[in-house]
Structures are given as structure tokens and as C-alpha cells.
Design a protein around this ligand. Structure first.
Ligand code: ADP
Length: 472
């Protein structure tokens, strides 16, 4: 094979690579005009071969990259540098931008100078980097910190602002679950330890607790996250942590206000209730219209009273002042006692079923409150369901009390919020009055008794609200 043949073969190989490579490539002459492009480049820019050949790459370059790129071209073509590299952005035909690593190498063919350029597209990486930057800025401005807990060895990685939230300045890399827990106030440590230890892949994490910073400031922090599986058996918890001290302060002020207002309301209400009871006793002597008004006033009085009771109870719960007065009593009898007001009108029936001999050691007044709340809700939200069933059943070491109505039911996605403070579903177009506190108070009462509370419901079929109490 003579030299000419060898050269042609090399040229053909180069040609094949030039056309087949996935790296966008072009050949230009010393006038910077594009002589040849491959398919990867036409794909990258979105222009056809004919549209690109004869133009200059600088026509596609973003303005901010042009001066630097032109200086590098000058150094190569005029000052004899063999090649150059830079990162630049190019405008595509569809108006979007592509980021490329540019490598240009000079070569000569038959005494004529050309340059070969490869444009390596890193747009995806760039947008990933930008979205990471955006996330990092968002976290920074929202003062939110990110952490990752390895659920196998309980080691912890901290990111973006984690140490600032805890008020730490010179913390080292080695962090663990226990080290985080040690920053919490002693009374909150066990709860966080339990929450972190119990969590399993697929579960969400939600915890509020107090930390003490090295300069003695006590902050309320909110932790939220989700545990997930990584690499087979390994699992991690990815979470955020942020300062909610201000929210807690506002909540506290609101609670204080509610507490004072409801206390102040309670005294005149009691006087009003007394006067109405006196009137009620003598209503036979009134003309019918007046007697009906006394009845109406009595019912409204009951409503206002129970709203104020809810407010008072909720603020007591907030202050942790719910002290239980336990006595031993029969559940079935307690139900009969507390639900008289519902059956007295003759419209609703309360059907108590199950084990009527069960006794519990509990705060009877508070347990009756829970039952009354369930029953009143059944009357309020399921008015067409005339029969309200109450079931008493022994389940292992607990007794379960369930109140069932055949009303409109509650949508599945709302069920988990029903026991939250102030939560109300929006069904009924605002026709039912309430503060969304009844179920919250009920759940606090049951939790303090060491029981559980819950609901099962299906739209159009009805709802069953239940709670359990430990049998002594
Ligand atoms: P309130 O009655 O003051 O709104 P609750 O905490 O007692 O507060 O109830 C919370 C929400 O739960 C109510 O707003 C209502 O939407 C829903 N709910 C409670 N009981 C029932 C029921 N038996 N049927 C349908 N919805 C109910």
C-alpha cells in the first residue's frame, strides 16, 4: 500500500468516526466558516446541515461567552496556539439554550489550515446543577435544614444550614442520631428517640421538639421527613428541620387569649343558665309563644355553653392541665346517663349493644364527654340517621366503645385529620356550627387514659367513631 492509499484509508476512518460519533463535531477554516458538521451537531442545535454550513459558530454563541471565545480563536489562528478549550452556551433553533464543553484543535491539510471542534453537551448536568442551586437557595431563605439518617447504623449527614439552626459553629463531621437527640431538652429526648427508632421505610416522620442552643436559647424545631429503602436492605430517613419558635409563640398568645376569654365568659353564662332554668320551671304558666321562646333560649344556651366548654378544655390541654379524676364505673350506665338529652326529644334512638357489665377505672366525666361528642356529632352531621348504635366490646386488655351512624360518611383523604385541632371538613356548605375542637379534645382525653381513638367511614354509608380504654 503506498502512502496515498494509506492516507485515503485514514481519511475514510476519520470521516466514519466524524459522522458516527455522538459528540457534536464540526470542521472550520481559518475564516471561521463552518465547512462540515456531523449529525450530532445538527441534532444538538436543531438546524439542518445546510442551515449551519457556511455560518460561524459565534452566530449561535450566547453574548456573555463571545469575547472569551473570540480571544481564544485569535490566539489559535494568529498566535499559533495549537488548540483551546472553553465552556459556553449556544442558542438552539427552538430558542432554548445548550451548554457545551468546546475543544478546538488546529490541523493542516495540503498546506491549508483548518480546525476540528468537538462540542460536548452538558445541558442536563447544568440544569441539574441549577435546580440543586435553586433548592439550596430556597432552603437557605426558608431557613430550612436538611439531614439524612442512616437507619442501619444511625449515622447522620447534615446539609444546608443544619448547624446554624442548632446554633452550632464548630461541629465536626461525625454525627449520629444520638448526637442530635442530646441537643434536645431532656423532657423531649425520649419522644424523639422513640420516633426515630420506630420509623420504617415508607413511613412519614413528623416531630416537634425543643432544643437548647450553646448560647442558652431555647428553640422549637419541626422535623419532617420520610423513610425509604436504598440499595436492597439499607434504609434511610431524609428529612428537614426548621425553627418554629415564632409560630409556637403566636400559638401560645392565641391560647392565652382563648383561655382568658373563655374563663371570663363562663361566669355570666352560668348566671344566664340559672335564670333560664328558673324560667323553664315556670313555663307552664306562660302563654305558648313565650314558652316556645324559653325552650329556644334554653337550646341556644346549651350550644353556647358547649362551645365555651370546648374552648376552655382546649386551652387547658394546651397548658397540659388535664388532670384525670379516676373512679371505677360501668361503661353502659355512663352511656345511658350522658345520652339522655339525645333520646329525650323522641327523634333519635340510641341502641347500646355488647357487654354491658364492663367496668373501667377512668375519669367518668371526661369519658362521658367523649361519648357525648361522638353522639352529638352523629346527630349534627348525620341528622337523617335516626338510629345511633353504640357498641361495647372487650378486645384483649381493652374495652372498645364504637358509635355508629348511617349518615353521609367522611371522605377517606380527610379521615386522618379529623382529630387535629380546629380541623373541620367542608361538607354541608357551612351549615353546621362548630370549632373543630370536639374530636381533638376527645383524642387528648383518650390518649391520657392510655387508650386509642379512631374512625372508620365510607361516603354515603355512615361513620363509626371509636375509642379504647385499658381494662384494669
Ligand atoms: P366540630 O363539630 O366543632 O366541627 P369536631 O372535632 O367534633 O368539631 O368534628 C370535626 C369534623 O369531623 C366536623 O367538622 C365534621 O366535618 C366531621 N365529623 C365528625 N363527626 C362526624 C359524623 N358522625 N359524620 C360526618 N362527619 C363528622
Amino acid at each position: 500500500m503506498d502512502f496515498k492509499e494509506k492516507f485515503d484509508e485514514c481519511d475514510a476512518r476519520f470521516e466514519a468516526i466524524f459522522n458516527l460519533t455522538s459528540a457534536a463535531s464540526k470542521i472550520i477554516n481559518s475564516d471561521l466558516k463552518i465547512l462540515k458538521v456531523n449529525e450530532a451537531l445538527t441534532d444538538l442545535l436543531g438546524y439542518s446541515r445546510d442551515e449551519i454550513v457556511g455560518t460561524e459558530i459565534m452566530e449561535y454563541a450566547c453574548d456573555e461567552d463571545k469575547p472569551h471565545w473570540q480571544a481564544l480563536q485569535k490566539a489559535m489562528w494568529e498566535d499559533g496556539k495549537p488548540d483551546f478549550k472553553l465552556d459556553a452556551c449556544l442558542g438552539k433553533k427552538d430558542g432554548s439554550l445548550a451548554w457545551v464543553h468546546v475543544t478546538t484543535v488546529r490541523f493542516e491539510d495540503d498546506g491549508v489550515a483548518y480546525a476540528y471542534t468537538v462540542l460536548d453537551d452538558f445541558t442536563d448536568w447544568k440544569s441539574l446543577q441549577e435546580s440543586e442551586q435553586r433548592l439550596s437557595m430556597a432552603l437557605k431563605y426558608s431557613k430550612m435544614a436538611v439531614f439524612e439518617l442512616n437507619l442501619a447504623d444511625r449515622s447522620m449527614s447534615r446539609y444546608d444550614g443544619f448547624d446554624q439552626v442548632l446554633g452550632l459553629t464548630d461541629s465536626d463531621e461525625n454525627w449520629s442520631q444520638e448526637r442530635l437527640i442530646q441537643h434536645l431538652l431532656p423532657e423531649d429526648q425520649d419522644m424523639l428517640r422513640k420516633a426515630l427508632t420506630d420509623i420504617e421505610p415508607g413511613q412519614s416522620f413528623d416531630f416537634q421538639g425543643r432544643v437548647k442552643t450553646p448560647d442558652g436559647v431555647i428553640k422549637w424545631l419541626n422535623f419532617q421527613g420520610r423513610a425509604e429503602k436504598v440499595n436492597g436492605n439499607q434504609a434511610r430517613l431524609l428529612g428537614t428541620m426548621y425553627d418554629i419558635t415564632r409560630d409556637k409563640l403566636i400559638e401560645r398568645q392565641k391560647d392565652d387569649f382563648i383561655s382568658i376569654a373563655s374563663h371570663e365568659l363562663k361566669t355570666p353564662l352560668t348566671a344566664l343558665k340559672g335564670s333560664l332554668q328558673v324560667l323553664d320551671r315556670s313555663k307552664q304558666t306562660f302563654e305558648p309563644k313565650l314558652a316556645a321562646l324559653v325552650d329556644q333560649a334554653g337550646k341556644s344556651m346549651m350550644k353556647v355553653n358547649s362551645l365555651v366548654d370546648d374552648l376552655l378544655n382546649a386551652s387547658r390541654l394546651g397548658e397540659d392541665q388535664l388532670h384525670l379524676r379516676r373512679t371505677r364505673f360501668n361503661i353502659s350506665k355512663a352511656i345511658d346517663e350522658c345520652c339522655l338529652h339525645v333520646t329525650a326529644g323522641g327523634v333519635y334512638n340510641i341502641i347500646v349493644e355488647g357487654q354491658k357489665d364492663i367496668e373501667v377505672d377512668a375519669d367518668s366525666e371526661r369519658i362521658q364527654r367523649v361519648i357525648v361528642n361522638f353522639v352529638n356529632n352523629a346527630v349534627k352531621y348525620a341528622p337523617k340517621s335516626k338510629d345511633i348504635k353504640i357498641q361495647i366490646a372487650k378486645e384483649g386488655t381493652h374495652v372498645k366503645i364504637s358509635v355508629t351512624d348511617e349518615g353521609p360518611g367522611i371522605a377517606k383523604d380527610k379521615l386522618s385529620y379529623l382529630f387535629d385541632r380546629h380541623y373541620r371538613t367542608d361538607t354541608g356548605g357551612g351549615q353546621y356550627s362548630g370549632l373543630g375542637l370536639g374530636l381533638y379534645i376527645s383524642s387528648e382525653i383518650i390518649k391520657r387514659h392510655g387508650g386509642q381513638i379512631g374512625v372508620e367511614s365510607e361516603l354515603e354509608k355512615g361513620s363509626t367513631f371509636w375509642f379504647t380504654l385499658p381494662l384494669s
